[in-house]
Design a binder for this molecule. Structure first.
Ligand code: FAD
Length: 422
C-alpha cells in the first residue's frame, strides 16, 4: 500500500497543521508518525536527561489525545520509541512510503532527526519535505533572510510586528491509512501517564478550552501586561507555553483568537502585549535556526572565548533543590521540580542567581530547565539563558537583585509561603 508519511513531531495537532494540509493534496493515504527515540530519555549535556517526568507526562497525554482524534477520523497514529532508522525500517516493510512530509524543527536534536530521516529516505528514493510551521511569521514573510535577521529584539520587532499573521489553516479532509501500528501510545511510553504535570495536560480540545477560558470567559487577557510577572494567582499569564512547545496549539491560533477578541470585545495594551511576547518567541526561533551549533556554546552568540566557571556541586545542587539562602529562589525551584512550571519572572530571577550570584555555567541551569519544564523549547530556553548571561543577542548581563524582586513580585510573601517547605 502506498502512503504519504507525515512526521508529526513538534506539531501534535490536526488544526492549523501545514504538513497535514500539504499531505492532503496527494492521492496516497496519510500515515501520521511520531518518533520519540529512547535516546531522548538519555540525552544529556552534563547530568540531567532531556526528558523529565513532567514533560513526559505532557507529551504522553497529548499523544493519547492525538491517537484518539485520528482514530475518530478513521486513521491511526504510528508512535515509535526506537531510533529513527529502526522506526522507518519497520514502517517501510509494512507500507510503501512514497513521500515524507514533516514540520521543520530549529534545534540541533530536531535537525539531526531530520537529517537521519532524509538519509534513509534518499536510499529508497523517497521524497522528503520539511514545512516551517511553528512560528507566527513564516520565514518567507520576513524582510530579511534568517541568516541576516537582526540580533536585537527591538530591531526585529520594529521590522516584523506589522506583518500579517496567516490565519489558521482549517483541518484538511484527509484519507488516512488504516494500517495498524505495531505499538499503541501507551506501549511507546511504557508507563501509564503519570499525573505529575500541574497544567497543560491533554490535547487540542483541552488547549482550546483553556485558551477560550483565558481570553473570552475570564477576560484575563485584559490585564495581562500588569499581571504577567507575578509568580502566583489565577490567570496571571496565558499559560499557553506548554501547548506551544508540544505543538498541540499553533501560535497563529492564539494570535487569531487575540485579534478576534480585540475586534469584538476590546483592544488594549495587554491584548497587544500577548502578541508582543509571541513575537519574542518567534525571535528566538529564528535566532536558533540562524546560529546552529553556536546556540549551545558557553560564549553564546557573542562568541566569548572565556572558559566556563568552575563547577561547584554543593552550590549547584543547593540551587536545584531549593536550598539556597534566598527564599524567593528556593520557592521557584521547588515549584519547578514539583510541577514543571515557573513564571517568566521566576525563571529570570533563578537564572540570574545561578549565573551572577553563584558564578555557575548557564548551560547547566539550562539543562535543569530542559529536564523539568513542561514547556521546554530549545530556542526559548537557551535564548533566554543566554540573554540573562549576557552572551545572547545582547552583551548586557541581566543581574537581578533577588530581595528587591521578591518585594516587588511577591509583596505578601504568599508565593514563597506556598512553595518554601515543599
Ligand atoms: P505568557 O506570559 O502568557 O506569554 C505568552 C507566550 O509568549 C508564552 O506562552 C511564550 O510562548 C511566549 N513568551 C513569553 N515570554 C517569552 C520569552 N521570554 N521568550 C520566549 N517566548 C516567550 N519559554 C518556553 O516556552 N520554553 C522554555 O523552555 C523557556 N525557558 C525559559 C528560560 C528562561 C531562563 C527564561 C527567563 C524564560 C524562558 N521561557 C521559556 C520564556 C517564558 O518564561 C515562558 O514562555 C513563559 O513563562 C510561559 O508562561 P506563559 O505561557 O504563561 O507565558
Amino acid at each position: 500500500m502506498n502512503v504519504t508519511v507525515v512526521v508529526m513531531n513538534g506539531a501534535l495537532r490536526l488544526n492549523d497543521n501545514k504538513a497535514l494540509a500539504k499531505a492532503s493534496g496527494f492521492k496516497e493515504p496519510v500515515l501520521p508518525l511520531v518518533i520519540f527515540p529512547e535516546s531522548l530519555w538519555k540525552k544529556t549535556w552534563f547530568e540531567y536527561p532531556s526528558m523529565g517526568p513532567h514533560r513526559q507526562s505532557v507529551l504522553h497525554r497529548a499523544m493519547l489525545s492525538l491517537e484518539q482524534q485520528l482514530n475518530e477520523v478513521g486513521g491511526t497514529l504510528w508512535a515509535s520509541n526506537q531510533s529513527v532508522g529502526a522506526s522507518l525500517k519497520h514502517l517501510m516493510v509494512t507500507v510503501n512510503v512514497v513521500r515524507i512530509i514533516g514540520t521543520h524543527g530549529v534545534g540541533a536534536y530536531e535537525q539531526q532527526m531530520q537529517q537521519e530521516i532524509e538519509q534513509m529516505a534518499n536510499q529508497s528514493s523517497i521524497l522528503v519535505e520539511w514545512v516551517w510551521d511553528h512560528t507566527l511569521l513564516h520565514p518567507s514573510q520576513l524582510p530579511f533572510s534568517i541568516d541576516n535577521a537582526p540580533r536585537s529584539f527591538s530591531k526585529f520587532r520594529k521590522q516584523c510586528e506589522a506583518l500579517p499573521i496567516e490565519p489558521p489553516v482549517a483541518v484538511p479532509s484527509i484519507q488516512y491509512s488504516r494500517v495498524q501500528p505495531p505499538l499503541s501510545v501507551e506501549q511507546v511510553f511504557q508507563v501509564p501517564a503519570a499525573d505529575v504535570a500541574s497544567q497543560g495536560t491533554g490535547g487540542e480540545a483541552a488547549a482550546m478550552a483553556h485558551l477560550t477560558h483565558y481570553i473570552w470567559e475570564s477576560k484575563a487577557i485584559l490585564h495581562y501586561k500588569n499581571t504577567r510577572n507575578l509568580s502566583i494567582g489565577p490567570n496571571v499569564s496565558t499559560k499557553c507555553s506548554v501547548w506551544l512547545s508540544t505543538g498541540v496549539l499553533s501560535p497563529r491560533t492564539i494570535a487569531h483568537e487575540v485579534r478576534l477578541f480585540e475586534r469584538k470585545v476590546k483592544r488594549n495594551e495587554s491584548t497587544y502585549w500577548v502578541l508582543f511576547e509571541l513575537l519574542w518567541r518567534d525571535f528566538f526561533q529564528f535566532q536558533c535556526q540562524r546560529y546552529g551549533m553556536q546556540w549551545y556554546a558557553f560564549g553564546g552568540l557573542q562568541g566569548l572565548a572565556d572558559a566556563p566557571p568552575t563547577y561547584n556541586q554543593y552550590v549547584f545542587e543547593s540551587w536545584v533543590n531549593g536550598k539556597t539562602n534566598e527564599p524567593f529562589v528556593n520557592g521557584h525551584m521547588n515549584e519547578l521540580r514539583q510541577t514543571g512550571y515557573m513564571s517568566n519572572r521566576g525563571r529570570q530571577v533563578v537564572a540570574s542567581y545561578l549565573i551572577h550570584d553563584c558564578n555557575q555555567d548557564w548551560r547547566r541551569g539550562a539543562e535543569v530547565f530542559e529536564h523539568y519544564l513542561v514547556d521546554y523549547d530549545v530556542a526559548s530556553n537557551i535564548g533566554n539563558w543566554m540573554y540573562i548571561a549576557g552572551c545572547g543577542n545582547s552583551a548586557t548581563k541581566r543581574i537581578f537583585n533577588i530581595q528587591n524582586q521578591q518585594k516587588k513580585y511577591d509583596p505578601g510573601n504568599n508565593y514563597v509561603q506556598k512553595w518554601l517547605n515543599c
